[in-house]
Write a protein that binds this ligand. Structure first.
Ligand code: SF4
Length: 343
């Protein structure tokens, strides 16, 4: 029913013009800037992303520099954002742009979506915001706004709901598709907030909103599907040699957090005697082992429940890399899951 959505176009664009937040990637419509920010924003809040974005841009100001960056340096720039395969895909896509598009970011949706790591939403966002192409960009924010506007009770987690909403929005897309898409995203991020807490008093399209009219804002969007999660218990060792250097090792090249560094760890919880045994098998002569803290880290499908142990050893062994705190900070990408054990 696209006709029900028609009236929101003008007020929404007007509102966006006067209320949009000043964000570093909004200073121009460079597709490189929009692309990097959109990938960073996929699982991280805007306030946190700004810092990462600015650091990334000073180190890698353009597509060429991203295509040439050393893998460890790239992971270091991404450290803390999680989902490291996204950073790897950024570099792959930059290489594709350099090789197949003469270093210029492609303008057409069909070309953009073929780049590694770019899905429908990101391709739509770049094509519309940077080039005003007539395409939609439906993320969780946009979906929430539209299901509330229409009092639409379809399961917002189903791909077909997203697809239908995209086609309804496409039917009302104005020539300034970028401003319209961004306005919907901005409304979802700043006014039509999740968890039943929209700030309808500030909403520029309140008069067209069925959920507001019918008092349904706390029930929409409907989200039925649940992710199956699993739990992995881990014993993690913060091991120091007599000069205070820390033991780290590289994770395997495939799987979760692949290619990053980690603190030595084993799956499961154990008695002190068993832990001494495991450390001995690694060739370590332990002078002390003390339980330090519990910590949890949540990934998409799995929770790590970690018990951290502070270990001192009589001398370093060849199995691990032994690094100073400074080297760890500047050179070796260590995922947040492990960093929280060093605090
Ligand atoms: S009126 Fe409220 S629920 Fe409706 S779109 Fe605006 S903020 Fe969202």
């Amino acid at each position: 029913m696209p006709d029900k959505l028609n009236p929101i176009v003008e007020p929404l664009i007007q509102w966006f013009e006067h209320n949009k937040r000043e964000l570093p990637w909004r200073q121009d419509k460079s597709p490189y800037h929009v692309w990097i920010s959109e990938i960073m924003l996929q699982q991280t809040r805007i306030e946190a992303v700004i810092r990462y974005y600015e650091r990334f841009m000073s180190a890698l100001p353009d597509i060429k520099s991203l295509s040439e960056v050393d893998d460890d340096a790239l992971m270091k720039l991404w450290e803390g954002l999680g989902y490291y395969s996204r950073a790897r895909n950024l570099k792959k896509a930059a290489l594709t742009i350099m090789n197949d598009h003469a270093g210029r970011f492609p303008e057409e949706y069909d070309e953009i979506i073929r780049l590694p790591g770019i899905g429908e939403y990101t391709a739509g966002a770049i094509a519309s915001i940077c080039f005003d192409k007539p395409v939609t960009a439906v993320d969780g924010n946009v979906l929430r706004v539209v299901t509330r506007l229409k009092a639409d009770h379809a399961d917002g987690l189903l791909p077909e709901t997203k697809k239908r909403i995209a086609s309804e929005l496409k039917a009302i897309l104005p020539p300034q598709s970028g401003a319209f898409n961004e306005a919907l995203m901005e409304l979802g991020e700043t006014v039509c907030l999740p968890n039943g807490a929209p700030d309808c008093a500030r909403c520029p399209i309140r008069e067209f909103c069925a959920a507001y009219r019918d008092g349904l804002t706390d029930q929409l969007p409907v989200r039925i599907k649940k992710l199956k999660r699993s739990v992995c218990e881990k014993s993690v060792f913060v091991i120091r040699d007599p000069s205070g250097r820390l033991a780290i090792e590289k994770r395997p090249d495939t799987g979760l957090l692949s290619g990053l560094y980690q603190l030595p760890n084993i799956d499961g919880y154990y008695s002190d005697k068993e832990l001494y045994g495991a450390l001995g098998e690694w060739g370590l002569s332990v002078s002390s082992l003390v339980y330090d803290k519990d910590a949890k880290h949540v990934f998409t499908h799995i929770d790590w429940m970690m018990k951290a142990y502070a270990v001192t050893v009589r001398e370093p062994c060849g199995r691990f890399l032994w690094v100073t705190e400074d080297e760890l900070k500047t050179t070796f990408p260590l995922p947040t899951a492990f960093q929280k054990l060093l605090k």
